[in-house]
Design a binder for this molecule. Structure first.
Ligand code: XUL
Ligand code: CO
Length: 424
């Protein structure tokens, strides 16, 4: 029976997104793998640092299992209205916070059984599950990096329960974002010990994945700050160094987020290219930040040129594979209507589709790849290649004997930007 929440709402309309349209030999739905983020759309109540709830929903207050089921009913109605293939959750988005681990476990199991039944009547599948180890006060000094071993234990039990639930619901990935894995001041922090604990914790996650036969990917999500002042998973390069140090580079990939890249002072395509260069691109959280505010504003994407370069680098990396495009994006707190939820998601799907098609057209045209191979063409010569297995002495001797005198050449940035603008 319908909840009535979306009664009277105008359906989602798309100018650019057509799930069945074949682009570069594959359906758009299968390329883009859109996912709704349960936390922003159904759990967040519209608060900001200066004021509380602005959304009034029939599943509020979120402290009761009956209302958690109503929330799930509404969520699946929205997935159908949007025809979206995936969703993502944290444990705390789905079930009320009960205080004790045993009670949280039992409500998580109950609500994920309920969601499993709903999935049987829906096309929408689970892109990833994760544990919220940042909202409750028990996590204020970290989860795996907490100075208190009891919190480490609680975190281990929590992640185990969320991996079990992700496996049960057929998820393609399991994500760890360490919102509190970082520090406020070195005056009270043993950073080396905390990083060792985080590395050990992640190794246990990988071991458990193999033990239970979870075939999906384990992903970590970089972010430079907010909520912690210094977060250990600062950006893609920092995460890759961390994974290598603890021998996890073959087991764990990255879930990269547009807004987090911006906070780290990078473009999104930079983060994607860094991960792709290491074969560690796992999935993307698509949103946008306000460039003036300096906060993680988590808005729905609406910038086609940015999105086009994002998907260009995704395509260059061979596509999203088991990952997807998760809209880790929330409405503005004045957007209080059910209609706003549909409009935010439909618009974001359309912007991504438009950017994706531009990216595919650039790939097919090959202009950027041609410009790259022209720029590096000098390295195709046997002499240049031999230099890479040579040594400083021999190279210096050749510079003298051949009178090598480099001639600067234009980087052609303006022409390349003009080229991209023809597609977006
Ligand atoms: C926070 C963020 C999270 C993760 C999942 O900035 O992006 O929602 O994606 O915990
Ligand atoms: Co995210």
């Amino acid at each position: 029976m319908a909840t009535g929440f979306f009664d009277g709402v105008a359906p989602a309309t798309f100018q650019h997104y057509n799930p069945d349209e074949v682009v570069m030999g594959k359906r758009m739905e299968d390329h883009l793998r859109f996912a709704v983020a349960y936390w922003h759309s159904f759990a967040w109540e519209g608060g900001d640092p200066f004021g509380g709830q602005t959304f009034i929903r029939p599943w509020h207050p979120q402290d009761d299992m009956g209302r958690a089921k109503l929330k799930a009913d509404v969520a699946f109605e929205m997935f159908d209205l949007l025809n979206v293939p995936f969703f993502c959750w944290h444990d705390a988005d789905l079930r009320p916070e009960q205080g004790s681990f045993a009670d949280n476990l039992s409500t998580l199991n109950e609500i994920t059984d309920y969601i499993g039944e709903k999935m049987e009547g829906s096309k929408t599948r689970l892109l990833w599950g994760t544990a919220n180890m940042f909202s409750d006060r028990r996590w204020m000094a970290g989860a795996a990096t907490n100075p208190d071993p009891d919190v480490f234990a609680f975190a281990a039990a929590t992640v185990k329960s969320c991996m079990d639930a992700t496996l049960k619901l057929g998820g393609d990935n399991y994500v760890l974002w360490g919102g509190r894995e970082g520090y406020e001041t070195l005056l009270n922090t043993d950073m080396g010990q905390e990083l060792d604990h985080m590395g050990r914790f992640l190794s246990m996650v990988v071991d458990y994945k193999h033990k239970i036969g979870f075939k999906g990917q384990i992903l970590v999500e970089p972010k430079p700050q907010e909520p912690s002042k210094h977060q250990y998973d600062y950006d893609a390069a920092t995460c890759i160094g961390f994974l290598r140090k603890y021998g996890l580079e073959k087991e764990v990939k990255l879930n990269l987020e547009q807004g987090h890249a911006i906070l780290a002072g990078h473009s999104f395509e930079h983060e994607i290219a860094v991960a792709a260069a290491e074969g560690m691109l796992g999935s993307i959280d698509m949103n946008r930040n306000d460039y003036q505010s300096g906060w993680d504003t988590d808005q729905f994407p609406n910038n086609v040129p940015e999105v086009a370069l994002t998907y260009y680098h995704v395509l260059k990396a061979g596509g999203l594979g088991l990952g997807g495009t998760n809209f880790d994006a929330k409405l503005r707190r004045q957007s209080i209507d059910a209609q706003d939820l549909i409009d935010g998601h439909a618009g974001a799907m359309d912007v991504c589709a438009r950017g994706f098609k531009a990216a595919a057209a650039m790939m097919t045209d090959g202009g950027l790849e041609q410009a790259l191979s022209d720029r590096y063409a000098g390295w195709q010569t046997p002499q240049a290649q031999a230099m890479l297995t040579s040594d400083l002495d021999s190279i210096a001797a050749r510079v003298l004997s051949e009178g090598i005198a480099p001639q600067p050449r234009s980087g052609r940035q303006e022409a390349l930007e003009n080229y991209v603008n023809r597609f977006v």
